[in-house]
Design a protein around this ligand. Structure first.
Ligand code: AMP
Ligand code: MG
Length: 327
């Protein structure tokens, strides 16, 4: 079974082709173009969607070329139908719908967040993990039960990715800023006390963002170090409580912030205390990419026919815990 997956929820336009054989999946190509706003600015949805429109045909052709697959050889097409920015989501949906109707290929609308999790499981081999999803759009702790992902903690305001990106932009970096903050944090070990806010098993980052902005004039590197230590400690506390509660024996980190080495280091310590295996999505596939969407579509194809074109909506705020997973 060969699938094409299209991702366009936010900054990234990506197409990927994968081959599924039983439970095994092989990525034949995964091509991406990332919209980068000017320094100090966030994603402008209209500009990002214009970027996606301008790059969609070249990304698709390169993806087909690299995989050595012809469009007519595709068994299914999947696209990220949400959650995400409306104008960006619509670009991926239009490309998928056009290909599906012209070439008569079944189409699958896929939840982007579930895409992060399914590709993470495929690439790491995690079977039944507690999942930490940390990205630009999400900060959630999840476990799978009775056909649905259940939330064991989430952010009450901004996500971990937004915390890092908004702080990074305030000191002049261009979004996304996580990697630059990590590099700068690595040059410091001076901790400045910042607000630590865990409520029940949820986290709140907005106060931490304001407080870090107010101490940054002393030293940028110390501020980055203190921000990471505080935010990641909050995440580690909530992950640890969820591990105790669910008694899961695996932890899997997915989403763009999974690229952060310090976060992994802190969570590995938590896992050691709980006799739990630690998995993190490989760096190249932790951020948004077409493979996440492609693989989830191929899994859905095991139990579902493709959607009729009238049902190929996009939904900006499509929560992953509302999706029934039958495969
Ligand atoms: P996604 O929405 O899954 O593509 O993830 C994007 C988010 O990942 C952005 O907020 C980035 O700043 C963040 N990110 C990427 N690399 C790193 C890193 N090394 N450390 C922390 N955050 C990162
Ligand atoms: Mg994402």
């Amino acid at each position: 079974m060969i699938g094409l997956g299209i991702e366009s929820t936010a900054h990234t336009f990506s197409c990927a082709i994968m081959e599924k054989n039983g439970k095994k999946g092989k990525i034949l190509s995964d091509v991406r173009k990332i919209y980068r706003p000017p320094g100090g600015e966030g994603i402008h949805p209209r500009e990002a969607s214009r970027h996606h429109i301008e790059n969609s045909s070249s990304v698709l052709s390169q993806c087909l070329q690299e995989s050595k697959i012809k469009i007519n050889d595709l068994d299914i097409i999947s696209y990220a139908a949400g959650p995400g920015l409306g104008p960006c989501l619509r670009v991926g949906a239009v490309v998928a719908r056009s290909l599906s109707s012209y070439y008569k290929i079944p189409i699958y609308p896929v939840n982007h967040a579930i895409g992060h999790i399914e590709l993470g499981k495929l690439l790491t081999g995690a079977k039944n993990p507690l999942v930490l999803l940390v990205s630009g759009g999400h900060t959630m702790i999840l476990a799978f039960l009775n056909k649905q992902w259940r939330v064991f903690g989430e952010t009450l305001d901004i996500t971990l990715g937004q915390l890092l990106d908004q702080f990074g932009r305030s000191i002049g970096f261009a979004s996304p800023c996580g990697r630059e903050i990590e590099n700068l944090a690595n040059t410091s070990s001076t901790y400045t006390t910042l607000p630590y806010s865990v409520k029940g098993n949820d986290v709140s980052f907005s106060g931490l963002l304001s407080a870090t902005k107010s101490v940054v004039s002393n030293n940028k590197a110390d501020a980055c170090f203190s921000l990471q230590e505080t935010a990641f400690a909050m995440i580690s506390e909530t992950v640890e409580r969820a591990l105790s509660f669910t008694e899961k024996k695996e932890l899997l980190i997915v989403g763009g912030v999974a690229a952060n080495k310090r976060l992994s280091e802190m969570l590995k310590d938590v896992c050691k205390r709980h006799g739990c295996k630690f998995f993190v999505t490989p760096l190249k596939f932790s951020g948004d990419c077409g493979s996440q969407i492609c693989w989830t579509g191929l899994l859905e194809n095991q139990v579902k026919k493709g959607a009729s074109l009238e049902k190929t909506f996009v939904t900006q705020s499509w929560r992953l815990d509302s999706v029934v997973v039958n495969y």
